[in-house]
Ligand binder design. Structure first.
Ligand SMILES: [Zn+2]
Length: 289
């Protein structure tokens, strides 16, 4: 069964192997064992994220067992939090196996996921204070993931391939999502700081969420916020500089955030940005409770 399974994912496995070697040889990431072997016993990893209903704050926990994750999610819900549960194909881990759920992704997503996670492994020694580094680290991971996915796919399948079209769509929607994330974040932050009572606040929260096509659930909004809010900034840096220089700028920002906090980490990135810097200075650190 699994031999057959692996055979039917030949293209995916070849792409993963290519992207893994590409991340090591071209991006200079660690020669670790991430994405080396398929592990049939692991389907995916399970994330539970929770937020207070009227504050722009999020926390999360990851599980290897779906049942445990579901139990934790429903417990948080009964405690009154907005809860968001999802499974993920891969996590930053130097022994990360190839999961069944990764093989089931489309090729554009795979080409994105491998350098994204390999960056996390590489960034670990720079990113010492989780709550100050997480948003910066994810924005860097997405800039590397989306941009390198297009290089990987171009090399493997050509500039005019369908896979290339998928990658470019993926990159465009990432860029669109970034501005949207900052906008909904600002509107909600403004609302939560108001003196309205809960009922009134809930009404307005629903209106704002509907406008941006989100469920009125802080945890699901902030889950994307963590990845998207600074993406425009890291994407700009990655596009304007050589990849080696960009990665140096990213690790410097993480080290700065580790030593001096989230704000200083963002400022370190902003030294390399020519546009409107204020929009990024207004991004709150939603992981800092
Ligand atoms: Zn990530």
């Amino acid at each position: 069964m699994d031999g057959k399974f692996i055979k039917s994912y030949k293209t995916e496995l070849e792409l993963i192997d290519f992207a893994r070697k590409y991340s090591i040889n071209r991006l200079g990431f660690d020669k670790d064992h991430a994405f080396e072997k398929y592990d049939k016993s692991i389907y995916a990893y399970y994330f539970v994220q929770w937020s207070p209903r009227f504050r722009l704050k999020i926390r999360w926990e990851s599980f290897e067992n779906r049942r445990e994750a579901k139990i934790s999610a429903s417990k948080k819900k009964t405690e009154g939090y907005d809860v968001y549960y999802r499974d993920v194909e891969a996590v930053g881990n130097k022994n990360l196996p190839i999961t069944k759920s990764l093989l089931k992704c489309d090729l554009a997503e795979i080409a994105f996921t491998v350098p994204h996670e390999k960056w996390h492994n590489y960034a670990k020694p720079y990113s010492l204070v989780f709550r100050d580094c997480e948003i910066i680290e994810e924005a860097c991971a997405n800039a590397i993931g989306f941009n390198e996915a297009s290089n990987i796919v171009k090399e493997l399948y050509g500039n005019k391939s369908d896979e290339m079209k998928d990658v470019l769509l993926q990159l465009d929607s990432g860029r669109e999502a970034s501005q949207e994330a900052r906008n909904i974040g600002e509107e909600l932050n403004h609302l939560y700081k108001s003196k309205l009572d809960e009922k009134e606040m809930m009404k307005l929260k629903k209106i704002i969420c509907k406008k941006y096509d989100f469920e009125p659930n802080n945890a699901s909004i902030l889950e994307t916020y963590v990845y998207d809010a600074l993406f425009d900034l890291t994407d700009y840096i990655y596009t304007e500089n050589s990849r080696k220089e960009s990665i140096r700028i990213f690790t410097t920002a993480l080290r700065t955030a580790s030593n001096k906090g989230f704000r200083k980490g963002v400022e370190s990135l902003l030294k390399h940005y020519d546009g409107d810097k204020e929009q990024f200075r207004r991004v709150p650190n939603v992981l800092h409770w």
